[in-house]
Design a protein. Structure first.
Ligand SMILES: N[C@@H](CCC(=O)N[C@@H](CS)C(=O)NCC(=O)O)C(=O)O
Length: 214
């Protein structure tokens, strides 16, 4: 699943740490490999990190594990316990509250879509509170929370283009909009992004599939 935002989180973390890795693609959701089902029999989802023969699932859990296992080099988790807890809080908020409205905007039309758009605008406006007075969620440099939220910077404008509706813009969430640009300009991040044109094409195709399946 080359365009997965959850897999991107892990690749970004590995790259920030300068860890060499082998990337294995999965054909999600209809053609999962035997190996994926063996490595992650619980949720059967990607990403899965395998290190020393031991598998680990859940992208945010994996990022923390990477930071704790390779202590040298780039610090991904904030040093201060309160900052660390706050970063986890906002990462959870993004996963729990932002992803679903966005999916509904993507997969519906008409009134249901309009309702989801309003909800999405509201939660992204709330999310940008964590950015106030800072260039990145991590402060002057990117950290755990930037990686956790990072896939929105890539995917949200593609979803907006697919449905021709703006959600994160200079009017609704100017700080978040500016952060999209700043985050995608970071060298490590830029070096691991799916091809935009191919992703847009896939996004449009997927929306058609979802709408016709209703
Ligand atoms: N909470 C999980 C979400 C992972 C996830 O949703 N992965 C998707 C691909 S983007 C997947 O494997 N879907 C297959 C399925 O739902 O069966 C994480 O952060 O790792």
């Amino acid at each position: 699943m080359w365009a997965s935002g959850f897999a991107l989180r892990v690749e970004w973390a590995l790259k920030l740490k300068g860890i060499e890795y082998e990337y294995v693609n999965e054909d999600i959701p209809f053609n999962k490999s035997e190996e994926l089902l063996r490595l992650n029999p619980v949720t059967k989802k990607i990403p899965v990190l395998v290190y020393n023969g031991k598998p680990l699932a859940e992208s945010l859990v994996i990022i923390e594990y990477i930071d704790e296992t390779w202590k040298e080099g780039y610090s991904i988790m904030p040093k201060d316990p309160y900052d660390r807890a706050q970063a986890r809080f906002w990462a959870k908020f993004a996963d729990d509250k932002c992803t679903m409205p966005l999916f509904h905007v993507f997969s519906t039309e008409g009134e249901a879509q309009q309702k989801a758009v309003e909800e999405a605008r509201e939660v992204f406006k709330t999310l940008e509170k964590a950015l106030e007075g800072k260039k990145f969620f991590g402060g002057d440099c990117i950290n755990y929370l930037d990686l956790a939220i990072g896939w929105f910077a890539f995917w949200l404008p593609i979803i907006e283009e697919t449905v021709s509706i703006s959600m994160v813009d200079d009017e609704n969430a100017p700080l978040l909009k500016a952060w999209f640009g700043n985050f995608l300009e970071v060298d490590v991040i830029k070096s691991i992004l799916p091809p935009r044109d191919k992703t847009c094409e896939m996004s449009k195709m997927r929306r058609e599939q979802l709408l016709s399946a209703e």
